[in-house]
Design a protein around this ligand. Structure first.
Ligand SMILES: Cc1ncc(COP(=O)(O)O)c(C=O)c1O
Ligand SMILES: [Zn+2]
Length: 401
């Protein structure tokens, strides 16, 4: 594994040592990213050295922080060729521990928390991040304090409690949960592992970028379609591509990065349409895709910059389009997706219809989680009613689907 040279602020470029647990840039609150000596690594770390390594995200050990991994077997998920669309691949993240890609980020964050000797972690979560934190904290023997909207999918709450986490259900959105963690963390002695407010969740999520490249034989796809809430995966994959170029594994080519959101909470898509560099808070966020219910992503400036640099796009799809895509994937591909993952198929359909992607383009759609974590939401939709996740209600049945 690689010694970290420093942490770097994505706003002002300030360099901070990694010897102590860090949160955000002390000067401007910017997101901190982890830097290694890639020029040095390039001399010894070749793509060929991956051959025969463990099929987890820790196979990329040289570009992961130097610590004993807290691992439950996360990562190196299948890249399934679509049966319906030639040249489309579905990256099946639902097979991760705790049933979602959040396992990657939390494996890395908890690994570092353990190596720093932290004893109490806290996080606001739309659902799956909480489940993942609870599992990895249990594996590491660390306390987890999780704040989730009270209408979170049932599985998330049951999982967190089963893993022994302390769960607080909040009458509000993830933004309200984040505020509560921020208000209480000092007095309680919690270390906050909120999205993009500690540097290592990105390190876990970036492994999706390494895997896309490795599983496609070190060729970049034309596009990557990613269901975007906080945007950690987009930011992480982009970092992976930059690192791989510095390692000499790929050239300057990049996929067009596509952020799909739900029309019930689409701050990135709105900012993109308006040509703005940051988002405005999305009022009354409401969607069946719980992980996309992030009214103001902390890393909005990074996400929008990546979309622009990559020649990508942001777009929103409706909950009805998401549910249609979810059922379709299950029947046609044999993949039971999370609503967030199904949103990528809904987005891809639109981008094919508009000509943004052609049938010849190799495109990777990220199914970020398993539908098994949303049985309550999906069942309600199936029986002709829609279980909606709103900011004001406990999940309730509100009208015909
Ligand atoms: C299944 C699923 N997909 C996508 C997302 C959004 O992820 P990100 O914060 O990386 O944008 C989440 C976040 O909770 C999620 O649980
Ligand atoms: Zn800064």
């Amino acid at each position: 594994m690689a010694p970290i040279t420093h942490l770097e602020c994505t706003k002002c470029g300030a360099r901070i040592g990694a010897g102590e647990p860090a949160t955000v840039c002390p000067k401007d609150g910017g997101v901190l990213v982890v830097r290694y000596d890639l020029a040095e690594l390039k001399r010894t770390f070749a793509a060929a050295s991956l051959f025969g390594r463990t099929p987890t995200m820790w196979r990329y050990a040289e570009v992961m922080p130097e610590a004993e991994p807290v691992s439950l077997g996360e990562g190196f998920t299948p890249m399934l060729p679509s049966r319906e669309h030639p040249n489309v691949y579905i990256k099946e993240e639902g097979l991760n521990p705790t049933g979602s890609f959040k396992a990657r980020g939390m494996s890395a964050a908890v690994t570092m928390a353990k190596s720093y000797g932290l004893k109490k972690l806290a996080a606001p979560s739309a659902g799956n991040a909480g489940s993942a934190l609870a599992a990895y904290a249990a594996a590491a023997g660390i306390q987890a304090h999780i704040f989730m909207p009270k209408d979170v999918p049932l599985a998330n709450r049951v999982e967190c409690e089963s893993y022994g986490a302390k769960v607080t259900l909040v009458d509000g959105l993830i933004s309200d949960c984040a505020r509560m963690v921020a208000e209480r963390k000092e007095a309680e002695g919690w270390f906050d592992v909120s999205t993009l407010k500690e540097p290592f969740r990105v390190e876990g999520k970036k492994t999706m970028g390494y895997e896309v490249a490795e599983q496609l034989g070190w060729r970049m796809p034309q596009g990557i379609v990613y269901p975007t809430g906080g945007g950690v995966g987009l930011i992480g994959m982009w970092k992976a591509f930059e690192e791989m170029q510095e390692l000499g594994w790929i050239g300057s080519e990049r996929p067009q990065m596509v952020a799909v959101q739900s029309s019930g909470c689409a701050p990135i898509s709105k900012a993109w349409d308006e040509g703005k560099p940051t988002t405005e808070f999305w009022a009354n966020a409401e969607t069946i895709a719980a992980g996309l219910r992030v009214p103001k992503p902390h890393g909005d400036y990074l996400i929008l910059d990546i979309l622009r640099k990559s020649g990508g796009v942001a777009l929103a799809v409706t909950d009805d389009e998401i549910m249609d895509a979810l059922r379709h994937w299950a029947r046609v591909e044999g993949i039971f997706a999370a609503p967030e993952g199904a949103a990528t198929l809904a987005g891809y359909r639109k981008l094919r219809a508009s000509g943004f992607f052609s049938p010849d383009d190799t495109v990777v759609l990220f199914n970020t989680g398993s539908g098994l974590k949303y049985l309550d939401v999906i069942e309600a939709a199936k029986s002709g009613v829609r279980l909606r996740l709103t900011s004001r209600h406990i999940a309730g049945i509100i009208g015909p689907y």
